[in-house]
Design a protein around this ligand. Structure first.
Ligand code: FES
Ligand code: FE
Length: 380
């Protein structure tokens, strides 16, 4: 599909069924979430050997665990014997080894089969061959990214490249030192909307003037509806009287040590397709991870990250948390208001994108291309 112009200044969105059809969602699970790098877990959440978290990646459950040497490992959450789900809890700590609750096959934290009842009578069972199925894992920004593909795409091209594309400089995101920051607050939002509505909303600022009064107070250039953050390397500047990225514009915390003068008093937003948004401000970093669970349901986990000494001191982070929590609530309400209408005959051919939303058309082209084309059908 090439972007379809419906008038000289408008282009068509995806048709409504892209947001409601379980079959299209299944294709997205296969060709996006199970094929690309997926941001699964904050590394520091798994702070000791044996700590684990299970996450839904496309149609698969994946368990990410810290092994005895302190490294992260990811496995399909499936016992090799007869397929029982191994970890049924969302998170926890495995004492010594991972034992299947069905017939007690037991795996070490590197996935090797180490014991099974009566296995001694089967000396020829290869314990590595019958170990857990490993999943590729990389760490970036302090998060574990996993990929289910047999041959994962280049991490640099598909993940870290997004930061370069937006900031124009490979080193720029490193100045925030996200991997060394501490978690000040996490809020999980259960959003009754298709994941693409959430991405599209995050990509445009046409709605900012209408639904984000607190954000536009802090970032006045958002009030004109132009997505200033989409010009490469150009962050949105704080308003003159604004002291910090907080709900009332009051001072935040000291700027992170390597943030440059150019980055000071500015807000940058990065979308790492398909499911991650990163916001950078001088004294903290906000990371959104989406977990698309169904065509009309997406869990979004949002982390507010600060300098470790800020969190350790017990400082009150609520004013900066409140700003983006309100933005999230306003955005997700808008997405939930849109979702039911995706099935309306009024939206059979989709809607339109005004000029400052045209980059959303590029996102739509990317989706259709990843799904193998041909799903969008005629717009007329
Ligand atoms: Fe896991 Fe049998 S299914 S031990
Ligand atoms: Fe918004």
């Amino acid at each position: 599909m090439t972007t379809h112009r419906v008038s000289p200044s408008l282009i068509a969105t995806l048709p409504g069924r892209y947001y409601t059809d379980p079959e299209i969602f299944r294709q997205e699970q296969r060709h996006l979430f199970e094929s690309l790098w997926f941001c699964a877990v904050r590394s520091a959440d798994l702070d000791a050997p044996g700590t684990f978290r299970t996450v839904q990646v496309g149609r698969e459950s994946v368990v990410v665990v810290r092994n005895r040497s302190g490294e992260l490992r990811a496995f399909l959450n499936v016992c090799r014997h007869r397929g029982a789900r191994l970890c049924t809890e969302e998170s926890g700590r495995i004492r010594r080894s991972l034992q299947c609750p069905y017939h007690a096959w037991t795996y070490d934290l590197d996935g090797k089969l180490i014991a099974a009842p009566n296995l001694t009578g089967m000396p020829d069972v290869d314990r590595v061959e019958y170990g857990l199925i490993g999943v590729a894992l990389r760490e970036w920004l302090g998060y574990a990214w996993v990929c289910l593909a047999d041959e994962p795409p280049s991490f640099e091209e598909t993940v870290t490249g997004a930061a370069v594309e937006r900031l124009g400089d490979a080193a720029a995101i490193g100045h925030y030192g996200a991997e060394n920051l501490a978690l000040g607050k996490r809020i999980s939002y259960d959003v009754r909307a298709n994941w693409k509505l959430i991405v599209e909303n995050f990509m445009e600022c046409y709605h900012c003037a209408t639904i984000h009064p607190e954000l536009t107070d802090v970032l006045p250039e958002f009030a004109d509806g132009y997505a200033a953050q989409y010009y490469v390397g150009h962050g949105a500047e704080f308003g003159e009287d604004i002291k910090g990225f907080t709900v009332d514009g009051s001072a935040g915390f000291g700027r992170l040590p390597q943030v440059t003068d150019d980055q000071d008093r500015r807000y940058y937003a990065i979308t790492v397709k398909p499911t991650v948004f990163v916001n950078l401000v001088p004294d903290h970093v906000i990371v959104h991870r989406m977990f698309p669970l169904a065509e009309d349901r997406t869990v979004v986990e949002c982390d507010w990250l600060y300098a470790p000494e800020v969190v350790a001191s017990g400082a009150d982070v609520s004013k900066s948390v409140e700003l983006f929590h309100r933005v999230n609530t306003q955005d997700f309400e808008a997405c939930e208001r849109t979702q039911p209408a995706m099935g309306s005959r009024a939206y059979r051919r989709g809607g339109v994108l005004v000029p400052n939303e045209h980059h959303i058309g590029i996102f739509h082209e990317w989706i259709v291309e990843r799904l193998g084309g041909g799903h969008a059908g005629p717009v007329h």
